[in-house]
Design a protein around this ligand. Structure first.
Ligand code: AMP
Ligand code: GLY
Length: 424
């Protein structure tokens, strides 16, 4: 069977690495991939911003299945496009992907279906922002409605700051079109949790939960990023909490979408804040998380292909995934300056030594390969991922491997999973 993966980040490298272990897959392509994905899949050039370009690639390769990594092709309707041609593809349709593409849609949906989330006001103008600020307490979370690659959320310490951030968004200066509507939201306190489920439009099967580290600096300092590291353990949520999250969040979302005439098939990523008032939804993503996918798939012992097929064919069940009890952790090595501007093209050394550390797999994200050497080509460069019987060992193995890798300007957080280790 021929499988095509769309995307080129660390998440897609993890998907390629895992899918390659599936005995039924005879050929794996990744479009456009990255420097390191070439070891697991054949790279195919593609511009994922163009539906026509994606269709042309699939038409040429004729894959038996296409797996979509990033949100953009999903929100542009790649699944609708493929479904119309009878080509098997994994992911939600454009209508279903609105849960990620529009935070206003997601918030109103949550409210309609009584699913717990922070209090909010949707604003279309600065006048509406000023009126809404009268009803909220500082700090205030200001969110751009549309897709903004992790740059559309600001936690404003004061109402003045909230008003000025909202103005920057509404005028298009901050995140372009994505900010033409903003959401003001109460600021929630607690631990964040990435809770992903596989859905077939009706049933859901949970993946093991993970925690992302969104801020660029140690101790959760500095601006938000796409994610600087993540970990997953068997007890990050206990069975009782997992069942609660399925019954009160994941299932009601899929059932609510169905009741509104929208089938949600694919991965539903629930970004949660575990508050004193209980778990609350911060956001949805309509795809696997990056970097959560790296530690999550390191713990998956069953065949990912079988689970994906169960979603497409409408037969998802709780037994679709078999998980290891081991802990796993991913530390993202990023370019100096990320999430702001950074220079690319720095030679990466030490990858072979890092790969020799027990239990470690280095997933590539922003890398390119030239004459057998790897170079940086993006903000998040590598996801150094380790699996071990204890979280402590997994963390120490991941950092041991990071210590062997170098490139000019490399930066990574030194405290991934540190709070969990302190609790144990
Ligand atoms: P989002 O894209 O909505 O997940 O927001 C990105 C990040 O901003 C989240 O992962 C949280 O760290 C933070 N965030 C979003 N909404 C809230 C909120 N209501 N209260 C506190 N932090 C938030
Ligand atoms: N790690 C968060 C995301 O994938 O959006």
């Amino acid at each position: 069977m021929k499988v095509l993966i769309l995307g080129g980040g660390g998440r897609e490298h993890a998907l390629a690495w895992k899918l390659r272990q599936s005995p039924r897959i005879t050929k794996l392509y990744c479009a456009p991939g990255n420097g390191g994905i070439g070891d697991d899949a054949e790279r195919v050039p593609a511009d994922l911003k163009s539906l026509d370009a994606i269709v042309a690639v699939a038409n040429r390769l004729q894959p038996d299945l296409t797996v979509v990594g990033p949100e953009l092709p999903l929100t542009m309707g790649v699944v609708d496009e493929f479904n119309g041609r009878g080509w098997p593809i994994f992911g939600p349709t454009k209508a279903a992907a609105q849960l990620e593409a529009s935070k206003a849609f997601a918030k109103e949906f949550l409210q309609r279906h009584h699913i717990p989330t922070a209090h909010y006001v949707i604003c279309n103008s600065i006048e509406e922002v000023h009126a809404a600020l009268g009803k909220l307490h500082a700090p205030v979370v200001v969110k751009a409605d549309g897709l903004a690659a992790g740059k559309g959320v600001v936690i404003a310490k004061s109402k003045e700051e909230a008003a000025s951030v909202a103005a920057e968004m509404l005028t298009g200066r901050m995140v372009g079109e994505a900010g033409s509507r903003v959401i003001l939201e109460e600021c929630l306190q607690g631990d964040e949790l990435s809770f992903l489920v596989l859905s077939d439009g009706e049933r859901v099967a949970p993946l093991v939960a993970a925690q992302d580290h969104k801020r660029v600096g140690d101790g959760d300092s500095g601006p938000n990023t796409g994610g600087m590291g993540a970990y997953s353990t068997r007890d990050i949520v206990d069975d009782k909490m997992r069942d609660w999250l399925i019954h009160h969040i994941a299932r009601p979302v899929v059932a609510g979408m169905k009741a509104e005439g929208i089938e949600y098939k694919g991965i539903l990523y629930c970004g949660l804040m575990m508050t004193a008032r209980g778990p609350m939804v911060l956001e949805f993503n309509c795809r696997f998380g990056d970097p959560e996918t790296q530690p999550i798939l390191m713990r998956l012992e069953s065949d990912l292909l079988e689970a994906i097929e169960a979603s497409i064919e409408g037969r998802v069940s709780d037994g679709d995934f078999k998980w290891s009890n081991d802990a796993s952790v991913c530390v993202v090595m990023a370019s100096g300056g990320y999430p702001g501007t950074f220079e690319a093209g720095k030679r990466i050394s030490g990858l072979d030594e890092a790969a020799k550390v027990e239990g470690v797999k280095v997933f590539h994200a922003g890398t390119s390969k030239r004459d057998g050497e790897y170079y940086t080509s993006g903000g998040r460069v590598l996801g150094v991922t380790a699996r071990a019987a204890s979280l402590e060992t997994a963390v120490s193995k991941a950092y041991e491997a990071c210590g062997k890798i170098s490139f000019e300007g490399a930066r990574y957080r030194k405290d991934i999973a540190a709070r969990a280790l302190k609790r144990n």
